[in-house]
Design a protein around this ligand. Sequence first.
Ligand code: ADP
Ligand code: MG
Length: 670
Amino acid sequence: MRLSARSNITTLNGVGGKMQSNFKSLHISNVGDLIRFVPFKYRDTTDILDIKTFKELETGTFLAQIVEVKNVFTRYGKSFTTVKVADNDSKTNLTYFSQPYLTNTFQPGDWYIFDGKITIKGNRKNIYNPKYEKYVGDPNMQVTLGKIFGTYHETKGITSRQIRKLLLQIKNDIPTLIKEYIPKKILEEEELIPIEEALTQVHFPDSTKSLELARERLAFEEMLRIAIKIETQIEEQSKKTSLPITIDTTLQNKFLKSLPYKLTNDQQLCITEIFNDIEQNNPMNRLLNGDVGSGKTVVAASTILQVTQSGFSSILLAPTTVLAKQHFETLTQLLTPFKVDVELCISAEKTISDADNKLIVGTHAILFQKDLPKDLNLIIIDEQHRFGVTQREQLLNIGENTPHYLTMTATPIPRSLTEVVFGSTKVSTIKEMPTNRLDIETKYVPTKKRIDCFKWIDKKIHESDFLEQAFIIYPLIEDNDTNIKSVKTQYENLTNSYFSNLKVGLLHGKMKDKDKNKILEDFRKKKSNILISTSVIEVGIDIPDATIIVIENAERFGLAQLHQLRGRVGRGDLQSYCFIIPSENIEEREKTLERLNYFTTHESGFDVAQYDLEQRGPGEVYGVLQSGIPRFQIANLGNIELLTKARQVARKLLLEDNAKLNKISKKLFK
Ligand code: ADP
Ligand code: MG
């Protein structure tokens, strides 16, 4: 059978069933997958030293002749091999462990290239287990040593070296296995090398320059994949129609006058952008990207008002009943003076009224309603990433005309992510916080000061005459056998000690919705002073007199999440505090401290999210968004320039020739 990219990986010499299943965890099942599995780092061994220089540098690649090889057996049954090597003016000894067969490999008189380093123990210098490859007389003809070679991500049962050896088997076949699919003209315009050359050079680079070109081509390809998706979506959206909204500026001005504050410039700008969109007969598709507490709700409210005065209905979807109720109350207050009918829908059983020209605020229970208003023309989703794509599609495909669509983020998303994940969506950003806001004082509390912190909180609440309230957050619901604290145990401990004179509530995700709501309502009504909770309170809860939040085992949380939690306080006129307490055993760990320190010294959610993204990667930070985040092997997620270039190419392909684009898409999305 002829070898093809689709040939099973087992067609390669040396790959059996066991290795085949190990390869699965690297997402490699056929020859093409292997060819597309690229090294994550490289070592340049093209600079071949003599022994003397190697000894001076104590590390590197050197050429030497085998003089003598022998196995030494120790009293404990272990063996090692000593190899004496020399060149024209120096000599040295090498030591290999547990490889007695090397006495057959190394033949005195043969020349080898070695790669390793000198280890110093006391006054003894040793070279342990250096890499070796027989010298064939010309460095260009070497396979690994003497060349630039890659290191691959390994998995159980598969080493980087094995991967390299397998690739070597098919190195010369790559040009026949992988065929170019991007039109030559585009390759020339974008100064990209052909795919078969890129995939050969990325594994076996001839030079630093050729490696760079190979990686450029492959990074471009990864971006092109995203770009084609984005441009196709934009194309599809542009074909949809919607009913335009006529903006009533007099009404908007009246609405603004009714607010107890002045909008920030960013809020104003976002409203202008949104109004501009909904005036079109092509549906709006926009993301409102804002920090916690930046005031997204009022932006949503003014949009709803315009849609209502134009005679249409709107829906606002929230991720939880608590948030739906909160939005219902806020929006009722903001919009009833302007004659907007607001309905709440948080249970699938209760059907919505058949009145038209209204606003429905609710949870996904809305999706179970048999009949949505016929005049629906605006859908707003708060905390978008909690909803699945299909649910969204369900709402948008309800009739001949598509409703205008706005999504609001729970936490700010850095631009590097919005560009790739929300590429086909327009983005409005609120960076600026309302000016009346006092900064939240964020403090790192070392564990030895933990008790002082609790005493201070107790005093503070008493001094405020029980006006001020506090959250205390733990990572776990119940203890496990680590030293990570849980809400249940700490609830017991704290109510019996530092907070015995206060009323304390307990909240966690395993409680029934009804109980959760009651606990939160009690806290809102000040029936409790302190709420001990897991991170379930992270999303959107607005309790203005909660001025203190303590987060224990703080290093267990991502910075974006800590920022969300911090956003639970600082919502009123009083000075607010956020205390982060690490786990006991991590206090020496520099990286963790650095991360927490970044958090305590940065207020902007955009900064914090960007830092988190760089440190932990997108999957960790945006678990729920993950399905939308592409996995790049080479391209850098934040390389907006490359994405822009790829989008231009995708657009060109789209306009030029759909058949060609289909062919390319097939290749890229196989
Ligand atoms: P988020 O963007 O997190 O959803 P909200 O819309 O809940 O934020 O707003 C947080 C608080 O800030 C609310 O109490 C709101 O009334 C208030 N607010 C919104 N905009 C302004 C502003 N421009 N000036 C002062 N307060 C504002
Ligand atoms: Mg909100």
